[in-house]
Design a protein around this ligand. Sequence first.
Ligand SMILES: Cc1ncc(COP(=O)(O)O)c(C=O)c1O
Length: 431
Amino acid sequence: MSADNPPEAGGPLRRVYLDHASTTPVRPEVVQAMVNFMLTDYGNPSSIHSWGRVAHEGMEQARANVARLIGSRPAEIVFTSGGTEADNLAIMGAAYAANEGCNHIITSQIEHHAVLHTCEYLEERGFRVTYLPVDSYGLVDPGDVRRAITADTALVTIMHSNNEVGTIEPIAEIAEITQEAGVPLHTDAVQSAGKVPIDVQQLGVQLLTVSGHKINGPKGSGALYVRRGTRIRPIQHGGSHERKLRAGTENVPGIVGLGVAAALAYEELPETGPRLAGLRDRLIAGLLELPFTSLNGHPARRLPHNVNVTFHDIEGESILLALDMAGIAASTGSACTSSSLSPSHVLLAMGLDHQQAQGSIRMTLGRTTVQEDIDYVLAKCGPIVERLRSMSPLAAGSLAPRRAQAPAGPPGQDRSGTGDGRRASGKEAPR
Ligand SMILES: Cc1ncc(COP(=O)(O)O)c(C=O)c1O
């Protein structure tokens, strides 16, 4: 991050990218490896000549690197075009491979749209989907999973951590329940991989999703972990690539890039996690000093790079624009909904009202984030929030006492949702 921009009123303008949950810069080591597999080692990995063999070896090295990042065997990694495709393959693949009559899926109300919309697609094709509620921190109750499982449950899919509020879900506890019931468990670990240690053996999941561009790898790369013996069907058809689970000539440069990114993320994880958590805590503490500001997500069971706060009585969009003018990139939620004005389905499921949800912003840190960036953001945020609040019709005469710090009460209380395992909004698509 450089401070080489011309000074403006209020100090020199810095450029601070705090939207790493949307995407990350590709590392030079990754680019270099990819370029090599485009310009020199460009063979088709299915070919038997030496060009093909070199490409195949590059791909297998990448498979080993991704496997190491999540504690699996290399042969259990299926390369995909990203997190979305891996989620689709996991959910549809497991649903269609289930026994005759097993047409029930369990998920949560706060999943990424790659999961929610896939579940809705299956609902339109005769599957029954239970959307579990979460508590005020965004935590799924494993007891709810236990109660929702029936004899016809084909799959449970609960994310490892939430992309908007950073809450880390109790996946190992949920896995104990699904294992007892003999139901496969998928987890979307797109935001967790490379940020917190992931070990598929300890987690006990059958299927796990990762995405390249969230770990300083290329966009359009990802992988699905498929535990040996898991029943799954391909969702696209063609050649017998990827153990017949994902037809199509492999995106070798993308896969190699993902592999290098995974190797670096794994090696640096012991240093990255604590460093990011320290910066995150400094940012949260500074933001919570601002009046009428509260933290969203769990204060402790939280991704080390995620900050999500509500500035009460201000529109999140206005804050984003003002931050952007100050050289700071943040977001109002997931990248997919940031251009839409509908409030976040995640925050609504956690019990925030529409106005609070719309006054929320997410700042996500990355490997290039330094302390000076955090100090700069804190210095800019105070005046921006004060100015916007003074202009806000929402704030006029309404700054009555309200929740001004992190939500109180232990996880498990203040449950939102319908409580019957269904989304509060019925058939309407959650965002
Ligand atoms: C939790 C989660 N799942 C899935 C995805 C989709 O991944 P991709 O962009 O690689 O398709 C994202 C991307 O934001 C995400 O945050």
